[in-house]
Design a protein around this ligand. Sequence first.
Ligand SMILES: N[C@@H](CCC(=O)N[C@@H](CS)C(=O)NCC(=O)O)C(=O)O
Length: 249
Amino acid sequence: MTEPVCIVGSTLSPYVRKVLVMLDLKGVAYVIDPIVPFLGDERFSALSPLRRVPVLLDDRVTLSDSSVICQYLEDRYPKPALYPADIAVRAGARWLEEYADSRLGDVFVWGLFNERAIKPFVWGRSTDTARVERILRDDVPAVLDYLETQAPAAGFLCGELSIADISIAAFFRTAALAGFTIDVGRWPLCAAHVERVLGLPAFVRLRPFEDCCMRSAPANHRSALAAVGAPLSDETFGTATPRPGFFGL
Ligand SMILES: N[C@@H](CCC(=O)N[C@@H](CS)C(=O)NCC(=O)O)C(=O)O
């Protein structure tokens, strides 16, 4: 491959983070076009028919959806393997990835992060604090109760590090950026597992990129990332005026 892989999407997105961590672990060079999906231009609609991030562009494919992208990366760059070899364990890892993408997405992205970051910083609207309280009181404990039954006392969810660990930890990082921390006393296994995974160098290397975006308006993410040395694409699919997505946000 001559060109590096290009990932379109904000480093604040857990779905983008899954893909960037996969690329890092597999030693594949990449550049980022760090757009918030609501700021995608017309060409972005063609790349991502659901107007969602991430999108991966390389010499062979244009793909949206983090799970499709991660599977492609595994097929194209098999070492190190990030899906378990045993088919039953692999299915279990995919289930946990799906649980993260759907339920952790609902609670932490469309819920918490949307209220505390996207609404104020993209749409100029205020946080619905009653909704945040409901999420923290009703939804978050149910999610953590389930994950506590899955989290291992040591090591990773499916034996070796896999897509399951990467996916779940990616969402808790976005939750942390929205001010959430796991109660270690109540969910000790889950808290320790997330901390272990987020401590991996592939996650740690992304932190300066995430932190600088949290400190700047979406329109300034590219320049903020340039200042901290992020690998940026030359071209952007971003524009200045946000438009609502297809999913009511
Ligand atoms: N199933 C998709 C979900 C991706 C997704 O929802 N990304 C969010 C960013 S965190 C997005 O693009 N939201 C814009 C929208 O839904 O309109 C995936 O795994 O990539």
